[in-house]
Design a binder for this molecule. Structure first.
Ligand code: SF4
Length: 297
């Protein structure tokens, strides 16, 4: 057994407030005996979505696939037109859109109503960004941190962000946009849970020989965590314990773990125990996330 290996989990890893809220709303509705669908997966974690299916919470891609079920709006929100169509068709709707995402939608709407062309730092094909854009009646641009605008100069310009983006990138983009407009109105819509998690993960990465980022391969905030930590230390992004390659840990003394906002505790616990086993640290098997060193510090 190699007792010198230290495995630590970053504080604030795993489910965020918005995801916990959406899942408990879905579970409570399922427990009340209602038939439920979500438009698209309720969160970006295939294992959680699969478990919810066992409780009767199914996801469909189109409104046409909904018959008589109650519709849960996922944490990322849906496009304004879709919400209107659901209302017009008389479906019962339970809105589990994260309040931080709803706030970003509202700000986009307000900026647009005040005639600001709106710049959204985000991924154009992400559901949250599509939903934000659907609230804008005028001009908008979705760009990433290195993106450029089509025009060189605007009288006024609004800037917001997808909630799970990196604060340093947002600051950098805001600085770059200053020469583009006479008036630049910046609203930081990155959620605090995201900023806190990114800071904690980067701090742990600096103290580790390797960082394992746990979360759905389709999860934007998990991919962002992996990207920012890659700049600090060797980083592997995995969804389940099955993806662990024991050779990653050869010669490593300090292994860091972190997890995205849509990663459930049981997957984090599983992966911690599996890494313990394959590195020869098998004595410290845990049953709860609270027992993993680092998490409560
Ligand atoms: S990451 Fe932030 S914005 Fe996204 S669901 Fe969680 S709390 Fe809400």
């Amino acid at each position: 057994m190699n007792s010198k290996i230290e495995i630590r989990l970053a504080p604030n890893s795993g489910f965020c407030f918005g995801v916990k809220r959406a899942i408990s709303m879905a579970r409570e509705t399922a427990d009340s005996g209602k038939k439920i669908v979500t438009l698209g997966p309720i969160i970006h974690n295939p294992q959680v979505v699969q478990n919810l299916r066992k409780k009767g919470v199914h996801d469909v891609d189109n409104i046409a696939d909904i018959t008589d079920e109650t519709v849960i709006i996922r944490s990322h929100g849906v496009e304004y037109e879709i919400l209107e169509e659901l209302k017009n068709k008389g479906f019962e709707i339970i809105d589990a859109t994260c309040p931080y995402v709803a706030k970003a939608q509202e700000l986009a709407r307000l900026l647009s109503q005040e005639n600001y062309p709106v710049v959204i730092m985000g991924n154009a094909d992400h559901p949250e960004v599509k939903a934000i854009c659907s609230n804008i009646s005028g001009t908008y641009y979705v760009i990433d941190k290195d993106g450029v605008l089509p025009e060189p100069y605007y009288q006024k310009l609004g800037l917001i962000s997808q909630t799970t983006k990196n604060l340093a990138d947002f600051q950098e983009l805001a600085g770059r946009l200053v020469p583009y407009a006479k008036e630049l109105r910046i609203v930081n819509t990155i959620c605090s849970a995201t900023s806190v998690r990114q800071q904690a993960s980067m701090a742990l990465a600096k103290e580790s020989d390797i960082l394992i980022v746990i979360g759905g391969h389709n999860s934007s905030n998990t991919k962002m965590l992996a990207n920012i930590c890659k700049n600090i230390i060797e980083t592997q992004h995995i969804e389940t314990a099955l993806e662990i390659d024991r050779q990653w840990f050869d010669g490593k003394k300090k292994i860091g773990l972190t997890a995205g906002a849509s990663t459930p505790d049981w997957i984090i616990v599983n992966i911690y125990n599996e890494i313990n086993k394959c590195t020869g640290n098998g004595s410290s098997i845990v049953t709860s996330i609270d027992e993993i060193p680092g998490y409560k510090e």
